[in-house]
Write a protein that binds this ligand. Structure first.
Ligand SMILES: [Zn+2]
Length: 395
């Protein structure tokens, strides 16, 4: 409201050929407007928040002017636009001089709002310098704190690992572990699909449709939360347990896969890879992204013979040169690690021939073996150990 009023005032002055309204003038108008009937409620809002709205507008204008003069790095920004109530997502920011406070009881004290109960997703490592309260399109409130931290490097460790990101499994590691999305994420995704189908059936503009739209937004938010949690847990565990990690550049992934599947998974993959990268930097680990044209699924990780592409349904094959039975995904993960110069052994990519059920090696089925279930057990162990969130980055 304040943002919009101030923006409208500046626009009007500009249209009338008057000089650019200064912050002082805007502030004075804001104070004057508090006496008018339509704006009297502003008296109930913390003054700092009102000033913040003006400051946000100034930032928007500064970016716009800098962009016009070509002084701004990054994407061009347009003229500030009116903030809409239909945006369904609203936020206010309290800086330190707004005197917000985290109480010993765990409640959050906000000026002119009072003490609010907070469900903490993690402990604050130090005194926060600001808090942003966000109301998302699903009607949920979040408090996001900015804290100063200086996490140290973790003690050095031995293992290094290659990671193959895929559709069948979220990630396959060069040590043979295959990681699928956890059940809570799959359940949230299923619910989202159902809600979306409901929404398509509803009449446009009906009250019911609006209700369903909110449900879809909530389901969406839950999926996003669950996916982020999963990415955090896995990336934290990988960075904690390995001195170096290597991932294939995601552009390669799209080549052999359908466009739809790629677009659905791309966003998740790049968010995950970004986490790996910043956590590696944060904790003093090595991070490698290997180039676009490494034939990771064409090379035997045992003898390095490159024997050409294999159709996607071939999950296990026998190397024509050394005779080793290879698991497609683990073999790729080993090759990713090698391409980054990491010393990993190929032994986990090898499949014992007596465990290869020949009739199962076909499209759509997945060879189950004793070794496989041992790997699955390894993954749940990874998750039991990896659940605590120990990254300390500012949100
Ligand atoms: Zn070979």
């Amino acid at each position: 409201m304040v943002f919009n009023d101030a923006l409208a005032a500046r626009e009007a002055a500009y249209q009338a050929g008057e000089p650019y309204l200064t912050d002082g003038e805007l502030s004075a108008r804001l104070t004057a407007s508090k006496a008018t009937a339509g704006r009297v409620w502003l008296n109930d809002v913390s003054a700092v928040v009102l000033q913040q709205a003006l400051a946000d507008l100034n930032t928007a204008y500064r970016n716009f002017f800098a962009s016009l003069q070509g002084k701004r790095n990054g994407p061009k920004t347009g003229k500030p636009t009116l903030r809409s109530r239909k945006d369904h997502r609203q936020s206010i920011r309290f800086t330190a001089n707004a005197r917000f406070k985290v109480l010993p009881s765990g409640k959050l004290r906000l000026p002119k709002i009072g003490n609010v109960q907070v469900r903490w997703s993690r402990l604050l490592p130090s005194e926060p310098s600001s808090v942003t309260v966000i109301r998302d399109s699903a009607g949920r409130y979040f408090a996001s704190f900015v804290v100063e931290t200086s996490p140290g490097a973790l003690p050095e460790t031995g293992p290094v690992i290659g990671i193959d990101l895929g559709l069948r499994h979220f990630a396959v590691l060069s040590d043979g572990r295959k990681i699928t999305a956890p059940r809570f994420l799959r359940r949230a995704e299923k619910l989202l699909k159902r809600r979306q189908r409901e929404l398509w059936r509803k009449q446009n503009g009906s009250a019911n449709r609006d209700k369903t739209r909110r449900k879809v937004a909530r389901a969406h938010a839950r999926v996003a939360d669950a996916r982020r949690d999963f990415h955090h847990q896995l990336s934290t565990a990988l960075i904690r347990d390995n001195q170096a990690v290597a991932v294939e550049d995601l552009a390669v992934q799209g080549l052999g896969r359908t466009r739809l599947a790629k677009s659905v998974h791309d966003a998740g993959w790049s968010a995950f890879v970004a986490m790996l990268e910043y956590k590696a930097r944060l904790y003093g680990r090595e991070f490698h992204r290997i180039g676009r044209f490494e034939p990771t699924s064409q090379t035997c990780s045992a003898c390095r013979l490159k024997d050409g592409p294999k159709p996607l349904h071939v999950r296990i094959w026998r190397c024509g040169s050394c005779g080793t039975w290879l698991d497609r995904d683990v073999n790729a993960a080993v090759n990713v690690a090698r391409a980054a110069g990491l010393a990993v052994t190929a032994c986990r990519a090898q499949v014992r021939p007596d465990l290869v059920p020949a009739q199962r090696v076909e499209a759509g089925t997945h060879p189950k073996s004793h070794r496989q279930s041992a790997r699955q057990a390894g993954i749940s162990a990874l998750f039991r150990g990896g659940v605590e969130v120990n990254e300390r980055a500012s949100p």
